[in-house]
Write a protein that binds this ligand. Structure first.
Ligand SMILES: Nc1ccn([C@@H]2O[C@H](COP(=O)(O)O)[C@@H](O)[C@H]2O)c(=O)n1
Ligand SMILES: O=P(O)(O)OC[C@H](O)CO
Length: 320
């Protein structure tokens, strides 16, 4: 199982490359609490999970880069501390010896508007959008989606995307509290204010990126804070228009794996087109002394997630 540079692998062959993953750090300098459904949340300890993750990735010298699946700060963070806490968490990520790719989550947007948040997360897009792609190797392209493109949080109150989201929520969710799924049935339970949608322009961009990737015979990993498949997530955590996004993705056969956060318990599914969907377990919900981070070895025909503690390891095989 050994190899020239010291890497070992599940297949006995050397991975093309590896990258680190972590999600939902949701740090705040506040006492432990619970989710709405009573699940314990450890706001201070989550920073220690991130610190151990970075130490682990650096010691291994294996991951080339790291992907943060979103929500680095919690909504309960006192607002006068939002900027300093976001900077603190970003600085912890910065101790990794390589690039870190961030994406936005609802909790980031409770703390800071897009124009303040995106520069801190090194997402440089002039019009405030937070979707982008990158190529760590000639064979693989990563697509990072902005799940809060159409959203009632993060954009200015009079922004067309805020207004669109508010109208959408009014239509789809009759509750006064638009975060409440009460009375919503089945997949309609995703129509909550803490979720969002991928807008028309972004869908067109995604289509163009996938067309290009298919032409270049690149495999694609799609990352989004919000899960894209009901099999890998609670109904309440899905992207509003996950179905439209998957319709675009399913037109091509280049997307092999979709990674997400947001649904803290995690999940995995293989959809009707053989695409793996892996929702990562949250760093926030690790009781003191436990962890939730991992790294993914990338091969021609498989992504192998090696998880620590609460992140379950899995081999995600596909046709190359
Ligand atoms: N089943 C649920 C889940 C959530 N809510 C509302 O969402 C808010 C945020 O939830 P957290 O999981 O982050 O605690 C919560 O305050 C509720 O308003 C809900 O109504 N029903
Ligand atoms: O990340 P939160 O705190 O908004 O929680 C999201 C829920 O887990 C979705 O079901």
């Amino acid at each position: 199982m050994g190899s020239a540079n010291g890497l070992t692998s599940a297949q006995g062959t050397q991975p093309l490359f590896s990258f680190g993953v972590i999600s939902d750090v949701q740090h705040a300098d506040i006492p432990d609490g619970r989710s709405f459904l009573g699940v314990p949340r450890f706001y201070r300890h989550s920073l220690l999970v991130l610190q151990r993750a970075v130490q682990n990735w650096n010691n291994q010298k294996r991951p080339q880069f790291v992907i943060n699946l979103g929500d680095i700060v919690d909504g309960y963070c006192p607002k006068h501390k939002s900027m300093s806490i976001v900077k603190k968490v970003v600085d912890e990520f910065g101790k990794f010896n390589g690039p870190v790719y961030h994406m936005i989550g609802n909790h980031c947007l409770y703390n800071l508007p897009r124009d303040k948040l995106l520069p801190l997360l090194n997402i440089s897009n002039l019009d405030g959008h937070a979707y982008y792609d990158f190529l760590p190797s000639p064979q693989y392209r990563f697509v990072v989606l902005d799940g809060y493109d159409i959203s009632a949080i993060g954009w200015p109150q009079d922004h067309p995307h805020t207004l669109k989201a508010l109208i959408f929520l009014e239509e789809k969710n009759p509750n006064l509290d638009k975060n409440s799924p009460m009375g919503l049935v089945g997949l309609d339970r995703r129509f909550l204010m803490f979720n969002g949608a991928v807008g028309k322009e972004q869908l067109e961009w995604l289509d163009a990126v996938l067309q290009d990737a298919a032409k270049l015979k690149q495999k694609v990993i799609v990352c989004c804070h919000l899960p894209l498949d009901p099999g890998a997530s609670s109904q309440e955590a899905l992207l509003w228009n996950y179905d439209e996004v998957m319709d675009v993705i399913h037109q091509y056969n280049c997307v092999k794996v979709c990674l997400a956060g947001h649904d803290h318990k995690g999940g995995h599914s293989i959809d009707s087109h053989g695409i793996h969907h892996r929702t990562l377990e949250a760093a926030l919900e690790c009781p003191p002394g436990t962890d939730a981070f991992g790294y993914i070895d990338v091969y021609d025909n498989m992504l192998s997630l090696i998880g620590t503690d609460r992140i379950e390891s899995i081999d995600m095989e596909f046709h190359s």
